[in-house]
Ligand binder design. Structure first.
Ligand code: ZN
Length: 501
């Protein structure tokens, strides 16, 4: 009856196996591979990526899609079958817009650019990166032209990470809450000595940190029978299947937050992947809706759960048992406030909840200006520092801690940054929806019972995989669109109490 749909699924499963193999090679590269393996690994991965692209953009995919569509036309929008055809049709249209030669040229430029950027950052020498960055911006403009857009070239790029969001929408959301964020930060800065985080800056045994972080995320519900964790320089979550989800983390011997909150964050991504419905395995619907929705899950577990007073009410005795010398005499007040210290800082990945979105807004404004030619690469360091001062009240002493800090631009990832900030907004909206549906969730968390929250997330978000766009999912879950108001309310309530502002 559904033989055409089956044929499409078989074809997509083969592509999905190649994708899983590529992900495993990538994970291995970050976790295990000796340094001199990089060149060979690059070629191995490029071959797999080319095979995937060729298989997916082939006429065979188009034929199978046409046939399958005749069988799914009468199926409900939210059914697995109709969703598969709808999402694959969209992916196919996008993938076939980029000529293979352009994809190959871009990938060569990005591979070489990584080293140029890394050297420039190491030597704090922006000028040596500038020609490469100019080339990447040119390529990115061409990419936007191939992908097509109606208003702003940035729309085409954003659409690759956050479908259906436009530059104008992101700008409206950011402009809408930036003044309030800046004002909140200024008020906090006047009372900064109310919170002392020195307890977190002590020597901590790295193995004990690792065990504690793993224990916490096991309690959250990350399933180590279907996942694992390892060390990597830049933490990430990946995997080959909902039953093989890989978390990575890094450890600082003298700062407690790095590994613990990094682990909570990556486990949030990992539980999303583990919760994707079994029926979606081996299809492009497996995994998460969008980068913003994915980030909402990591941020929710890291911040709304992991930095909440209720969580520490429950976790403090375990923390004290495992780290008696450092936390044995600490009160709940001391640890809860320390974990929530607000401090404007130069490095985005180390930013606290109150300052994080300001880091993203800077990058978004610079990226859109670079793309439409209002800003040249050579002007970036000054433009960066000006915004840093206006939004965070501080100026980076060098470009390493400023414009050169992030890897994204060297990898051609322009249009990606906004998803981090959108994830913060969505985390609060989804959490509030969960609590509205299951009011006991905060009290359950304070008892160490995370199952009601995870079950709600599984049912309302995780199981759907990529079936729905962020806008569709957000409407379903919250009855409204993405909105910064709940996020600002949450920050003002939490940090207002902490800092007396
Ligand atoms: Zn993340």
């Amino acid at each position: 009856m559904s033989q055409h749909l089956q044929a499409l699924q078989t074809h997509l499963a083969e592509i999905s196996h190649l994708r899983a193999a590529t992900a495993l090679l990538e994970w291995d590269m970050q976790v295990n591979m000796p340094p001199k393996g990089a060149a060979a690994r690059g070629e191995q991965m490029a071959t797999l990526v080319r095979m995937m692209h060729e298989m997916f953009t082939s006429d065979q995919t188009a034929r199978l899609l046409d046939s399958a569509e005749t069988e799914t036309q009468t199926q409900p929008y939210e059914s697995d079958a109709a969703s598969l055809v709808r999402v694959v049709r969209h992916d196919y249209a996008e993938a076939t817009r980029l000529p293979a030669a352009f994809v190959a040229e871009s990938s060569q430029v990005f591979t070489a650019a990584h080293e140029v950027w890394a050297n420039a950052r190491a030597k704090d020498d922006f000028a040596s990166f500038e020609p490469t960055l100019t080339h990447i911006i040119d390529l990115t403009r061409r990419r936007a032209d191939y992908l097509s857009y109606s208003e702003h070239p940035y729309d085409a790029l954003l659409n690759e990470f956050e479908r259906d969001m436009t530059t104008a929408q992101v700008k409206a959301i950011f402009d809408g809450h930036r003044p309030e964020l800046v004002a909140l930060l200024e008020a906090i800065s006047a009372n900064t000595d109310r919170v002392d985080a020195s307890i977190l800056h002590q020597p901590f045994d790295v193995n004990a940190q690792r065990d504690f972080a793993a224990w916490v995320v096991t309690q959250f519900g990350f399933d180590f029978e279907r996942g694992r964790h390892d060390v990597a320089v830049h933490p990430f979550a990946s995997g080959t299947s909902r039953n093989d989800v890989r978390l990575t983390n890094r450890y600082a011997p003298d700062f407690f937050n790095t590994s613990l909150f990094g682990m909570m964050h990556e486990a949030g991504h990992g539980m999303y992947e583990q919760g994707s419905a079994p029926a979606l395995e081996y299809t492009p619907l497996a995994g998460g809706s969008s980068l913003g929705v994915h980030e909402s899950q990591s941020r929710m577990w890291e911040n709304l759960v992991g930095r909440s007073q209720g969580f520490w009410q429950w976790a403090l005795p375990e923390l004290q048992k495992r780290f008696p010398a450092q936390f044995g005499k600490a009160s709940l007040e001391t640890v809860y406030t320390a974990f929530n210290k607000v401090q404007p800082s130069f490095i985005r990945v180390e930013a606290d909840e109150a300052t994080y979105n300001l880091h993203i807004m800077m990058r978004f404004e610079l990226e859109t200006a670079l793309l439409n030619g209002e800003l040249q690469a050579a002007q970036l360091p000054q433009a960066w520092n000006d915004r840093c001062e206006a939004y965070l009240g501080i100026v980076p002493p060098d470009n390493r801690q400023g414009v050169l800090q992030d890897v994204h631009w060297s990898a051609g990832l322009i249009g990606y940054f906004p998803t981090y900030a959108l994830g913060n907004l969505l985390a609060v909206q989804y959490y509030e929806a969960a609590v509205a549906a299951v009011p006991s969730i905060p009290a359950d968390i304070a008892q160490g019972n995370f199952n009601p929250l995870l079950t709600w997330l599984n049912h309302n978000i995780h199981q759907h995989g990529r079936k729905f766009t962020m806008n569709e999912l957000t409407q379903q879950v919250t009855g409204t669109s993405i909105d910064a108001a709940p996020y600002m309310r949450y920050l003002q309530t939490k940090f207002g109490a902490l800092y007396g502002v």
